[in-house]
Design a protein around this ligand. Structure first.
Ligand SMILES: C[S@@+](CC[C@H](N)C(=O)[O-])C[C@H]1O[C@@H](n2cnc3c(N)ncnc32)[C@H](O)[C@@H]1O
Length: 247
């Protein structure tokens, strides 16, 4: 397996814990403020990004979906409504995020459709060929071993099953790039720290985006793992990207 620069980007620089443990600790810590900060810092745009990602599954008539790194279950809940799915499983390594997600699922009366489980993308606790589709929104950047996670996802996808990844990327247009850097390096960490009371989470966000193998590099990784029909779409001038592949 290849080591990617982002695999070793960690939130707490002086801690002895693995990236996975640090990421779980960080998300447990910010879980209560995560949804608010997402909406606030993206001015609600993240909802449109999630919707567009799920649109990629509208043509495949999926019945069983796995939402990897489900967090507070935004994608799982949206998928239940938008795609009218019968069964959705969400897995995540942060119990704090899952607790918030479970409360939202009850509120949306979707307990019979969505089940959230503590689970690791790099050792998915399901047999081969289980799911028609897998989604990962803003999760792959946090994986400790990107290729292992993406290979595990392929293993649990049914033949011809589809993966949809939504992830931040960096804009390339000069003016947009300058504004983006100002926003991600100054505004986001300052506001994020003030509201979440976590000193590192929103600085880690920028660093992990900077080091992430985005665009063509990510498509190459998917191809090398054996995904077919891979493609990507840029959203909001390249601030975010959708990546898809079929098993
Ligand atoms: C930025 S949040 C995204 C949550 C949600 N998908 C969303 O769209 O808001 C990233 C999530 O990835 C989870 N995560 C990171 N590494 C993981 C892994 N190896 N397996 C499962 N979940 C993981 C974190 O715990 C966190 O909840």
């Amino acid at each position: 397996m290849t080591d990617f620069a982002h695999d070793s980007v960690v939130p707490y620089k002086n801690a002895d814990q693995s990236k996975k443990e640090q990421v779980a600790t960080m998300f447990n810590d910010i879980a209560g403020k995560y949804d608010f900060l997402n909406r606030f810092l993206s001015a609600g745009t993240d909802l449109g990004w999630r919707k567009k990602a799920l649109k990629q599954l509208e043509s495949i008539d999926a019945k069983k979906l796995l939402d990897v790194a489900t967090g507070t279950a935004d994608v799982a809940i949206m998928a239940a409504k938008q795609l009218k799915l019968k069964k959705i499983i969400g897995i995540d390594i942060s119990d704090g995020m899952l607790d918030v997600g479970r409360q939202k699922i009850v509120k949306a009366n979707l307990q019979n459709t969505i089940e959230l489980l503590n689970g690791d993308s790099e050792a998915i606790n399901f047999p081969d060929n289980t799911f028609d589709a897998v989604t990962v929104a803003f999760g792959v950047r946090n994986f400790e071993d990107l290729e292992k996670g993406l290979s595990e996802i392929k293993r649990v996808l049914k033949p011809t099953g589809k993966l949809v990844v939504l992830e931040f990327s960096k804009p390339i247009l000069p003016g947009v790039k300058t504004m983006y850097n100002l926003y991600m390096k100054i505004i986001t960490p300052t506001v994020g720290k003030m509201i979440s009371k976590n000193k590192v989470a929103y600085a880690y966000l920028d660093e992990s985006i900077q080091k992430f193998p985005e665009g063509k590099n990510f498509i190459t990784i998917l191809n090398n793992i054996g995904y077919t029909n891979t493609y990507s779409k840029k959203l909001s001038l390249g601030i975010c990207s959708i990546y898809c592949g079929t098993k």
